[in-house]
Structure formats: C-alpha cells, structure tokens
Design a protein around this ligand. Structure first.
Ligand code: H2B
Length: 102
C-alpha cells in the first residue's frame, strides 16, 4: 500500500516555493520556464527530466520544449494537488538546470 501523499495547502506551497528559484504555483500545479543558450540544450534538459521522472516514478504534468525554453509543470495526480513529491522533483530539476547554466 503506497502511503497517500498529503496534499499541501496553497499557503504551504507558496512558502516552500520561496526557497525554490523560478517556480510558481498556479491552479494546483507548480511550474517554471527554463531558458537555454540553444534549442538542443533545451531538448537535452527535457530528456533528462523524462529519465528522472521514470526513476522517481513521479512524472511531470507537462513538459513544453520551445525555442531555447522549456516549460515544466508538476502536480501529484493521485491526490489531485501539490505534494512533497512535486517539490522534491522541482528541487532536483533546479539542480539539473545548474549544469546547463554554469
Ligand atoms: C502507479 C504509479 O506509482 C502512480 O501512477 C504514479 C506514477 N507517476 C505519478 N506522477 C505524478 N505526477 N503523480 C502521481 O500521482 C503519480 N503516480
């Protein structure tokens, strides 16, 4: 039995996002747009997100690969809102992004 993650309140989420650069809360999801020097970097970044999400068994609600930009959104589908799992994924994605900006 997988423990049901507890859905966070909007206040809890907004407080947690103060420490999570670039992410914002909107309508039950957390999301961020990442910018890149090249389109190929954005594609590589998105691919790493897909592989990470399989490893975590926690998958993005959306990944949009645009010209030199990638949009990412997370929510926990099982509970219909944002949980610790989404914030953990966002934290790991911010760390991943650092490799593309150093
Ligand atoms: C059975 C499997 O563990 C669940 O469906 C996982 C898969 N990935 C998931 N990803 C997200 N974002 N939310 C979930 O509730 C979720 N559940």
């Amino acid at each position: 039995m997988v423990l049901m993650e507890k859905r966070w309140s909007e206040e809890q989420i907004r407080h947690a996002l103060e420490g999570l650069e670039g992410w914002r809360y909107d309508d039950g999801r957390i999301e961020r747009v990442f910018e890149f020097a090249t389109y190929a970097d954005g594609v590589a970044f998105a691919t790493r997100i897909f592989l990470l999400s399989e490893k975590q068994n926690h998958h993005p609600d959306a990944v949009c690969v645009l010209w030199k930009k990638v949009g990412v959104a997370y929510t926990t589908h099982d509970v219909g809102g944002v949980t610790e799992r989404d914030l953990k994924a966002a934290t790991m994605i911010n760390l991943l992004y650092q490799r593309f900006t150093d």
